[in-house]
Each structure stands twice: as structure tokens, then as C-alpha cells.
Ligand binder design. Structure first.
Ligand code: GLV
Length: 315
């Protein structure tokens, strides 16, 4: 029997390349002299897509009439229009669970780095200032006594909450629905959550529903001791409003792993103290990224062998 044809629009990790090439015929336009020509030539044969960041919507799919599954690398899938896929009976899968603990670890690290200015303190040492000028200035913020508001209490949000509790923080949350089995205080609006907390952890997914949900009003509600951490998606935070809030000391500081227009980071953010900036490394260890890559492969394999995906997203 001939192998199923898979499209890989962008280069992916070796674990994905190898895993797919063992079982499928993989088409890689990024290696072709004429990427569009290659895609047009194989378009009718493509039954699955291995996705890394490519926008998959009706406009993209119209070129590939026989696609059955889009297997996304990443737990977030705001690059994929699920409604457009469902309309064509295309299953969408993502890579949950395997990255939960890694992202939660990064989130807590980023929070501590931000409150205690650990990046700047290390730079102080490396720049020789400990010897030439003396100790790094005392930080104006502390983690101790903070109340952490989690925006998006899914699997990663809960893993962050567990860690935050171990650090002695009080935890509140806001999400679309109150969760029956969760004891943390629930707020039915993001503004209500920000009002009740001095630290806001954004774990929410991207997409139109959450676009710029963290705006100047929410930041003002967080208060002058407020710290914003974003480990979810850059689009959830109005970056211009955040820069203004930081410049005017409406909030104290921010720790960001994600940005509105990656990899571009606005100069306004770069210029600020009390801001920790990471290049979207939440899940970025070899171990966790390999596990995510394997899940991309497993979803495609399972779909074509059994007709069931391992981790489909709600349609
Ligand atoms: C990373 O941002 C992911 O969605 O997995």
C-alpha cells in the first residue's frame, strides 16, 4: 500500500522529521527550490499536515482538498482556525500534558526573576559592579505575601497554582467558568481578579476571545505593587498599554515570555527596568520539546492507523 502523504510547511525537530519519514511520505516545501510549485504539485495527495506556527484556515485549506488532520506542535493552537477545519471535517490536534510541568516551572522562575530582579542582579555581577560599586541594590519587590491571580486555570494554570501555594502565595483565578473541584477563590471577570490580586499570571490561550484582555484598566486594578507575568500568548496583553503602565509606574514590573509580534520585542519594553524578558522558552528544553514532537507524530500515526487522534482539540 502506498504511504500517506503529509505536508510539513516549516522545518520541525528531528524527532518529528524522523518519526514521520518512517511511516509517511513527507513533503517539505522549505527544502524545495520552488516551494509553491512543490505544494501545488502534491496538493491533492496531502492527507495530513504537521504544523509549526503556520496559519491554517479556509484560505490555506482550499489548496489541499483531501486533508483529514492538522497536527499542531504546541499546546496553543491560535494559529489554526478550528471552525474552518471542523467545517471541512478536519481534526485538529495539539500537544498538551507533556509540557505542563516544564511551562509551570518556567512561569514560577519568571515570577521570581521579576520580583527579585535576578536577571539584572546577575548582569551586575558579570559587569564587575559587585567589585567596583558594591552590592546590588535591594529590590523594591518581594514574592513574600503576594496574592497570585491566575488568568486561565487549565492544566498549566493548575500546575502553576500548586507551585505558587508551595511558595506561600495566595491563589485566585478567573476563567470562562468556575470550576467545581477547585477551592481557589473564583472571579467572574478579569478586572475583578486584578482588583483582588497584586500579581497576575496570564496562562490564557491566544485568539480573538482573549485579544488584549489585559488592558490599561486591568493593569491599573493590579496596583502600584503589581507584577504581570505572561507565559500564555502575547496577544492577550495590550503591549502598548503595558509599556505605558510600566513607564508611569501604574504597576511595578512585568515578566514576559511571549510577545504580540514575536520575535520582535518593542524598544519601549527593552528600555525598562524591573522587566524580565524571555524569548518564548516556556517549554523549551530538549526533553519537553522532543515529547511534544513525538506527540505530533503519534497523532498523525494514530489517525491513519486507527481513525482516532491521541489529543484532538474540541471541534
Ligand atoms: C507554546 O507556546 C505552546 O503553545 O506550546
Amino acid at each position: 500500500m502506498s504511504k500517506v502523504d503529509i505536508l510539513m510547511p516549516r522545518a520541525m525537530l528531528p524527532v518529528v522529521m524522523r518519526g514521520l519519514e518512517e511511516k509517511f511520505t513527507v513533503h517539505k516545501p522549505f527544502e524545495a527550490a520552488d516551494p509553491d510549485g512543490l505544494m501545488a504539485e502534491v496538493a491533492d495527495r496531502i492527507r495530513g499536515i504537521a504544523v509549526l506556527g503556520t496559519r491554517i484556515d479556509a484560505e490555506f485549506l482550499v489548496k489541499f482538498p483531501n486533508v483529514e488532520i492538522a497536527s499542531n506542535f504546541g499546546v496553543g493552537y491560535d494559529n489554526i482556525n478550528v471552525a474552518d477545519c471542523s467545517a471541512k471535517n478536519i481534526v485538529v490536534t495539539n500537544t498538551p500534558d507533556v509540557l505542563t510541568e516544564e511551562v509551570a516551572d518556567t512561569a514560577l522562575g519568571l515570577l521570581i526573576m521579576t520580583a527579585r530582579e535576578l536577571s539584572a542582579a546577575e548582569k551586575w555581577l558579570r559587569d564587575g559592579k559587585w567589585e567596583s560599586k558594591g552590592p546590588y541594590p535591594l529590590t523594591g519587590a518581594t514574592l513574600v505575601g503576594r496574592t497570585l491571580g491566575i488568568f486561565g486555570l487549565g492544566r498549566i494554570g493548575k500546575a502553576i497554582a500548586k507551585r505558587a501555594e508551595a511558595f506561600g502565595l495566595k491563589v485566585h483565578y478567573y476563567g470562562r467558568t468556575r470550576q467545581a473541584d477547585v477551592a481557589y477563590p473564583y472571579h467572574d471577570s478579569l478586572l475583578g481578579l486584578a482588583d483582588a490580586c497584586d500579581t497576575l499570571m496570564v496562562v490564557a490561550p491566544g485568539g480573538p476571545e482573549t485579544h488584549h484582555a489585559v488592558n490599561s484598566e486591568v493593569l491599573a486594578a493590579l496596583g502600584s505593587n503589581g507584577i504581570l507575568i505572561n507565559i500564555g500568548r502575547g496577544t492577550v496583553v495590550d503591549e502598548a498599554a503595558l509599556i505605558e503602565a510600566l513607564e508611569k509606574r501604574v504597576i511595578y514590573g512585568a515578566g514576559l515570555d511571549v510577545f504580540e509580534d514575536e520575535p520582535h520585542v518593542p524598544a519601549g519594553l527593552m528600555a525598562l527596568d524591573r522587566v524580565t524578558l524571555l524569548p518564548h522558552v516556556g517549554s523549551a528544553s530538549v526533553q519537553t520539546r522532543d515529547a511534544m514532537g513525538q506527540l505530533v507524530v503519534d497523532n498523525l500515526t494514530s489517525w491513519f492507523e486507527t481513525g482516532k487522534a491521541v489529543t484532538p482539540v474540541p471541534g
